[in-house]
Ligand binder design. Structure first.
Ligand SMILES: Cc1cc2nc3c(=O)[nH]c(=O)nc-3n(C[C@H](O)[C@H](O)[C@H](O)COP(=O)(O)OP(=O)(O)OC[C@H]3O[C@@H](n4cnc5c(N)ncnc54)[C@H](O)[C@@H]3O)c2cc1C
Ligand code: SF4
Length: 442
């Protein structure tokens, strides 16, 4: 494969080359590359986990249809779990997938070891599945919820809560400073309908301490990755997606358009709406940061005291307040990225403007919350973490976690590759030590 620019610039973080060449750049990605280079940054192709070579691992190559984000891939090029790990596991004949089942309790035996999972099957019948070893991987909202739902006489506040009391705490997401790069000349188009959602990034905003004009309100100068992103037809509700765009335009003037959009609503319907859609969709490209938000104990998942799900169990209640540092970072990065947008427009000779999306706290404007981590944090002491460095409950040796809830901090990247790496890390530990793990008692 061709050399990876990131490996060249920041090679110390990479032990070996990626197995495949990067996905094709979109038009806005090429402009982003030109613009960021001009401004002294270091663009590199975003690692996308998308198959770019026909036949690799028996799958098709990406055809740049643009439906990655929010939809299944029509030809299996996107390396989602369904087409990779699950398929391989089922093919061994030693893995059974029971879909449409809802786990609601992990049961313990008299020695304190996990012994079974209670679940409701697709016919609404309660089943009990005995197991020698159990892994929770319901993501950062439902894994702590399941641990809390599993409260019993020896773990009255939920599994994992006896020592640290931290189950559900330190929920984190990402600040998402963004800039809309709007073409207004009616001639050019970013042509963002096709291709993968995120094809090019820079890491120059990861450590903000080197930026001389950082405001005093930033106490922890950690930013994150910045990328040129969609809209894409597969992401209709995201910034600039067709539905989010139309809904934003149709709102009464004076309201926030929502969805990260920075234009002002006009309330247009009919022909006016169609005209606004024609200039907005395809005319807007986005520069998006994924910046670290600080873990806070009060940002958490717990069991809702009154709302129940369809099975009668308490739903997860999410409590989240943005830290002032999160807001300061977001505002600073967004304002810096306006220059990137302006340089993108100049690079293609288009008339237009770049505008930073408003920075709002989660309390003011609940935004979409697609990255979730931190609620079952891993660590080196049972006093300050829920599980150990292998995702193993401190006091239930045959119970593990393998998802984003392990993250002690959010990091400044889209999280899924790290979640996958952690799943491998946990699985490798179990594979190497399974027999002794299963023999351990508290
Ligand atoms: C719109 C959107 C865009 C995103 N874009 C990106 C991106 O660009 N890059 C990136 O890195 N990440 C992105 N993410 C985040 C990414 O999807 C998650 O990080 C990733 O899916 C987490 O994987 P997981 O297997 O840990 O959890 P999940 O994929 O959430 O899987 C958890 C599974 O557990 C099941 N489950 C939950 N509770 C129970 C229960 N009680 N019983 C039985 N089953 C249960 C759920 O049904 C689900 O199938 C995006 C997310 C969204 C929603
Ligand atoms: S653009 Fe995305 S959805 Fe379309 S083929 Fe490529 S990986 Fe699959």
């Amino acid at each position: 494969p061709p050399p990876n620019a990131l490996a060249q610039s920041f090679g110390q973080y990479y032990s070996r080359q990626y197995p495949l060449p990067p996905v094709a750049q979109r038009y806005d990605g090429i402009a982003f590359r030109t613009a960021t280079k001009q401004l002294g940054y270091h663009p590199y192709p975003t690692p996308c986990a998308i198959n770019t070579v026909e036949g690799f691992q028996g799958r098709h190559a990406c055809v740049n249809c643009g439906f990655c984000n929010g939809w299944g891939c029509p030809n299996g090029a996107k390396s989602s779990t369904l087409t990779t790990v699950l398929r391989s596991a089922v093919a061994t004949g030693r893995c059974q997938v029971r879909s449409e089942c809802y786990a609601f309790q992990v049961k313990l035996d008299a020695t304190g070891r996990a012994k079974s999972v209670l679940y409701v099957d697709r016919n609404f019948a309660v089943q009990e599945q005995p197991a020698r070893l159990i892994i929770l991987a319901c993501s950062a909202v439902d894994t702590p919820r399941l641990a809390l739902l599993s409260a019993c006489s020896t773990h009255p506040n939920g599994l994992g809560n006896n020592q640290s009391g931290m189950v559900g705490e330190n929920l984190t997401t990402h600040a998402t400073p963004s800039v809309v790069v709007q073409i207004t000349d009616g001639v050019h188009s970013w042509d963002t309908y096709r291709g993968a959602w995120n094809t090019i990034s820079i890491d120059d905003f990861q450590n903000l301490s080197s930026f001389g004009d950082l405001p005093g309100s930033v106490v922890f100068p950690r930013g994150g990755v910045v990328s040129a992103v969609g809209p894409s037809p597969g992401y209709p509700l995201g910034s600039g997606g067709p539905i989010s765009l139309a809904v934003g335009i149709m709102k009464p003037p004076g309201l926030y358009a929502g969805g990260g959009n920075t234009f002002s609503p006009t309330g247009a319907w009919g022909a006016g709406l169609m005209q606004a859609m024609a200039s907005g969709y395809g005319g807007a490209a986005y520069v998006l940061g994924v910046c670290e938000e600080l873990p806070q104990a009060n940002n958490r998942v717990d069991l809702d005291p009154s709302v129940r799900d369809v099975y009668g169990f308490p739903v997860a209640r999410i409590t989240y307040t943005s830290h002032p540092n999160d807001l300061a970072i977001s505002e600073y990065v967004a304002n810096r990225l306006v220059a990137v947008g302006d340089a993108m427009l100049a690079s293609i000779g288009a008339a237009g403007s770049s505008a930073a999306a408003p920075t709002q706290s989660m309390d003011e404007a609940p935004r979409y919350f697609v990255h979730q981590h931190g609620t079952m944090r891993m660590g080196s002491s049972p006093a300050t973490s829920v599980v150990n460095r292998y995702g193993q409950f401190w006091d239930i040796p045959n119970l593990f976690v393998a998802d984003g809830s392990l993250f002690p901090t959010a990091g400044g990247y889209n999280p899924t590759h790290t979640i996958e790496a952690l799943a491998h890390w946990v699985a490798s530990y179990i594979a190497a030590n399974g027999a002794s793990v299963m023999a351990q008692t508290e």
